[in-house]
Design a protein around this ligand. Structure first.
Ligand code: ATR
Length: 275
């Protein structure tokens, strides 16, 4: 007899994660033979030991969130091309004695975008990525895949240069002090920094200089309207937050584990909007 699948999300801290709501919704909707998807705190200092204990307990898949994505990358024995490209793993799969690492953030970001935005604001257009952490890597790869010209700007210039070197995709680094000079030429602007979480405001962009036909994206989904998006809204610039990306990356992980690509339904979105 096969055992019901066990899946979950690891992070530190992981308490904020709403991934269980998404995965458990789909487990039920698709009649998957799986137990409740859980949140598990893993101290980065004991990553290996604690993940090995989860494997012992029979876990078959784990999503990985901040700050463990690079550790998961090092831990995986087999890596997909996209996880190699980003240097980060957000999906671990345990089967037949091996550990597979994948990164579904890239496809999740791509699928979260309307085709209109891809056609008008990304393909052959200047795209600005704010930040140079793990999330920025996925977004840079996605924009590159969609044919955009990538510009990276980060508080710490060296980190922007580091990801530019690592990703080996064509991109330019913009010094934060020069941002005002170039921002008017950007048709797609994405915030991947943590500015806007909690009570912090994101003032990296002077929105009076942004082209009104540009599209603004904030990876943060809680709060729904960050100061960054609110500034865009005040100027009638189109925008979106990170909730669709969260759902789409989860869908792809779900597909890897359960062989079902679930739908992003209004029912689920309403559940998440209501949180
Ligand atoms: P993630 O994996 O989610 O991308 P991360 O690796 O911790 O998280 O990256 C956080 C990003 O937010 C970094 O680009 C960071 O800039 P630095 O490289 O200079 O640290 C950015 N960030 C965090 N706090 C910031 C702040 N107060 N002002 C500007 N950028 C900030």
């Amino acid at each position: 007899m096969t055992q019901s699948k066990k899946t979950g999300v690891i992070g530190f801290p992981v308490d904020h994660s709403i991934s269980p709501i998404i995965h458990n919704h789909w487990i039920k909707e698709n009649n998957i033979d799986a137990v409740n998807y859980e949140k598990i705190n893993i101290d980065p200092k004991h990553f290996e030991k604690e993940v090995c204990a989860l494997i012992e307990s029979g876990i078959s898949g784990l999503n990985v969130t901040v700050p463990l994505k690079e550790l998961a990358f090092s831990f995986a024995k087999e890596l997909t091309d996209v996880s190699k490209q980003t240097g980060a793993v957000n999906t671990l799969t345990f089967k037949k004695g091996t550990v597979c690492g994948d990164n579904t953030d890239v496809i999740g970001f791509q699928r979260s975008l309307d085709q209109k935005v891809v056609d008008h604001n990304i393909y052959n257009k200047n795209c600005l990525v704010l930040g140079a952490g793990g999330a920025a890597r996925a977004v840079v790869c996605a924009i590159h895949n969609l044919g955009g010209r990538v510009y990276i700007c980060n508080r710490t210039l060296e980190k922007a240069e580091q990801i530019q070197r690592f990703l080996q995709t064509e991109s330019e680094v913009v010094d934060q002090k020069d941002l005002g000079d170039v921002v008017g030429e950007m048709q797609f602007i994405v915030n991947t920094t943590s500015l806007g979480l909690g009570n912090t405001n994101n003032t990296m962009i002077n929105f009076t200089k942004v082209d009104q036909g540009a599209f603004v994206y904030d990876l943060i989904y809680n709060p729904k309207l960050t100061s960054f998006l609110s500034d865009a809204q005040k100027r009638n610039i189109q925008y979106q937050n990170g909730i669709k990306m969260l759902v789409e990356q989860a869908a792809e992980s779900f597909n890897i584990w359960h062989n079902v690509l679930p739908k992003n339904s209004d029912l689920l979105m309403n559940k998440l909007e209501g949180l």
